[in-house]
Design a protein around this ligand. Structure first.
Ligand code: TUI
Length: 309
């Protein structure tokens, strides 16, 4: 399948992996790129040199193109932004803010820029800055979310901009892929399903929590702080929501959440850690390789699109 996204990124299938903190490391990114999609390293809160080493490790595993996601709230965002320009990765995606101040740096280095947006306004602003594409991410996604659903955001962004749009949030199979195409997207970004991939290095407890999740197991914390986070319900989310209801201060809430994602991903503490995952977790029940995930999505998308006509 050829779209402006496969052309832009030099990939076989318009499937992009989300830049998930602690999860999107070199094994996963190389596996997704190796399977014909676009693998992404999540820089999250890591310093530039750590991410540079990860880039080199991906290059040892595959000669296919891949990218880096820069989480703009990171204290290291600026040094990571400069480092990726030196390393000349194929593309940068950004999250949790506007990347305006880094655009010239990346564009001068010939790097494709794909900001993640949660609103039409930011999508328009990004297009005026000549970015190459946008990811329109609905609130079905795991982690930091906006307030529009994928179903409502994607067509509105697709109408508002001429550049290609990638849909994200709630997509994990060929039906979701086909639906995203119908809404005007030329590619999809998926996170949760790749967390469960065989090549994903997350703790077995984290993977099992997603594979066993039901449709209604998802919770949003942090509405009161302005940084809403979607994760799977556990003792952590219950305690957080209780504190929020009682009007706890930002500092108190931050203290509870600090280090909680690492605790779940690395240590496997899925009771007191933060198990970030999207709402589609309930549909994912089988551990597959990245290649199996991508191949089955493309096959199912073709089948359902044929059947619908
Ligand atoms: O960034 C994500 N997902 C994330 S980042 C993350 S780490 C984190 N931890 C604690 C607090 C905040 C983040 C975990 N998951 N997805 C991309 C995304 N970006 N979703 C929503 C946005 C977004 C939201 C507001 C982008 C821009 C924006 O406003 C920018 C502006 O200036 O208008």
């Amino acid at each position: 399948m050829k779209t402006r996204i496969t052309e832009l990124l030099g990939i076989e299938y318009p499937i992009i992996q989300g830049g998930m903190a602690w999860v999107a490391e070199h094994h996963l990114a190389a596996a997704v790129s190796g399977a014909g999609g676009f693998g992404i390293l999540g820089a999250a809160n890591a310093p530039a040199e750590t991410v540079r080493e990860e880039i080199r490790k991906v290059r040892e595993l595959t000669d296919k193109p891949f990218g880096v996601n820069i989480m703009l709230l990171s204290p290291y965002a600026e040094e990571v932004a400069r480092m990726v320009a030196e390393e000349k990765v194929r593309a940068v995606t950004t999250g949790a803010g506007s990347p305006e101040k880094y655009l010239k740096l990346w564009q001068d280095a010939g790097i494709k820029v794909i900001p993640v947006v949660a609103s039409v306004a930011l999508a328009r602003r990004m297009e005026r800055c000549h970015v190459d594409a946008v990811v329109a991410e609905g609130m079905e996604s795991g982690g930091h979310i906006g307030s529009q659903t994928t179903m409502t955001l994607v067509p509105q962004v697709a109408d508002a901009v001429e550049i290609p749009v990638i849909a994200a949030g709630g997509i994990a199979d060929g039906r979701g892929f086909a639906a995203a195409r119908m809404l005007g997207a030329e590619g999809v970004q998926m996170g949760t399903v790749f967390v469960t991939a065989k090549e994903s290095i997350v703790h077995v407890n984290y993977k099992q929590r997603i594979l066993k999740a039901k449709d209604i197991d998802s919770e949003v914390t942090g509405m009161s702080t302005g940084h809403p986070i979607r994760s799977l319900r556990n003792k952590m989310t219950r305690e957080y929501l209780r504190l929020e209801k009682e009007g706890a201060s930002f500092e108190e809430l931050e203290q509870l959440a600090a280090g909680a994602l690492r605790k779940a991903v690395v240590d496997g503490d899925v009771m007191y850690g933060t198990v970030m995952a999207g709402q589609i977790a309930g549909m994912i029940s089988e551990e597959k390789t990245c290649r199996e995930i991508i191949d089955s999505i493309m096959q199912q998308a073709e089948d359902v699109m044929k059947k619908a006509m």
